[in-house]
Design a protein around this ligand. Structure first.
Ligand code: HPA
Length: 278
C-alpha cells in the first residue's frame, strides 16, 4: 500500500470537487443506472486520476460520478478494475482508500455473480451476509506487505464484515418496496475463467451461495479502514453443477441479466441512502 499514491489521487480529485464524500458506491457489470439520478454530478475518468488503473473490460465505463443523492455526497464508481486484468491488489483497493481519504465512511458495493444456491434464479438480487475469500486465504489480498498503521490495524478482524445495521435497512427497504431480496455468502475468486462443474459443487459444499470475480478485495480495504460495508450480488446466471446441465455461462448472458437486476438494486440503494446518516 502506497500512502503517497492515495494522497496524490485524493488531492487530484479534491482539486476538481472539494466537497467531502459520505458514501462510495461501486456498481458492478451493467448495474450503472443510479448515476443518472444524481444532482450536480461531476464525472472524473479513472484515466485522469494519478496512479489509478483503467479497466480493460468493455462493460465497465471507468469513471467516478460524484454528486448529491438522497442527502448524501456520493461517489459512484462506474466500473472497477479486477485482479484478473493483471492489476495488483493495491490497484484494486486504491479507489476505496482514496474514497476514505476524501471522507467516505460507508461503502456500498455490488457485483454480478453466478448463483450457487439452488433456490436462486437469474436476475435475483442477493444481500451479501458474508464472504469466502479464496485468493486471500492463499495470500493474495490488499493488506499483504507492511501495514500502514495510520490507516488501520495490522490484523483486522472480519466477524461482521457486512454491517448489521445497513443490512437491516436493506431488508426493510426490500419489504417496504416489494423487492425480493435473497441473502447469502459470496465466494470471491480471481476469474476470468468461469468455474468447472466440479469447482461449483465444491463451492456449494463449503457454504457459498454466489460466486464472482470482484468485490472481496475492495471490502477488505474498506474494513481495514473501518468503513461500514453493504454488499449486493446480482445473480446473472445459475451454476451448472454437472456438464450436461443447462447452457455454459458467458459474458453476454451476464450483461443480458443486468438490466433486470439494476432496478431492484437501485430501489434498495436509494432507500438505504434515504435512511442512513453517513
Ligand atoms: N462465476 C464467476 N463470476 C461471475 C459469474 C459466474 O458464474 N457470473 C457473473 N460473474
Amino acid at each position: 500500500m502506497n500512502i503517497l499514491h492515495i494522497q496524490e489521487a485524493a488531492a487530484y480529485i479534491r482539486g476538481i470537487t472539494s466537497q467531502p464524500w459520505d458514501v462510495l458506491l461501486v456498481l458492478g457489470s451493467g448495474l450503472g443506472g443510479v448515476a443518472d439520478m444524481m444532482t450536480d454530478a461531476v464525472r472524473i475518468p479513472y484515466s485522469e486520476v494519478p496512479h489509478f488503473a483503467v479497466s480493460t473490460v468493455a462493460s465497465h465505463a471507468g469513471q467516478f460520478v460524484i454528486g448529491n443523492l438522497k442527502g448524501h455526497r456520493v461517489a459512484i464508481m462506474q466500473g472497477r478494475v479486477h485482479f484478473y486484468e493483471g492489476h495488483s491488489m493495491d490497484k484494486v483497493a486504491l479507489p476505496v482508500r482514496v474514497a476514505h481519504a476524501l471522507g467516505a465512511r460507508v461503502f456500498i458495493v455490488s457485483n454480478a455473480a453466478g448463483g450457487i444456491n439452488r433456490s436462486f434464479g437469474v436476475a435475483d438480487l442477493m444481500l451479501m451476509t458474508d464472504h469466502i475469500n479464496f485468493l486471500g486465504m492463499a495470500g493474495n489480498n490488499p493488506l499483504m506487505g507492511p501495514n500502514e498503521d495510520s490507516l488501520g490495524p495490522r490484523f483486522p478482524e472480519l466477524t461482521i464484515a457486512y454491517d448489521l445495521e445497513l443490512r437491516a435497512l436493506a431488508r426493510a427497504v426490500a419489504i417496504e418496496q416489494h423487492v425480493s431480496l435473497q441473502e447469502g455468502v459470496y465466494f470471491g475468486l480471481s476469474g476470468p475463467f468461469f468455474e468447472t462443474p466440479a469447482e461449483l459443487r465444491f463451492l456449494r459444499l463449503i457454504g457459498a451461495d454466489a460466486v464472482g470475480m470482484s468485490t472481496v478485495n475492495e471490502v477488505l480495504a474498506a474494513r481495514h479502514l473501518g468503513m461500514r460495508v453493504l454488499g449486493f450480488s446480482g445473480i446473472t446466471n445459475v451454476a451448472r453443477l454437472s456438464s450436461d446441465e443447462g447452457e455454459p455461462p458467458n459474458h453476454e448472458e451476464v450483461m443480458a441479466a443486468a438490466p433486470k437486476i439494476a432496478p431492484k438494486l437501485q430501489t434498495i440503494v436509494l432507500g438505504v441512502l434515504e435512511r442512513i446518516r453517513a
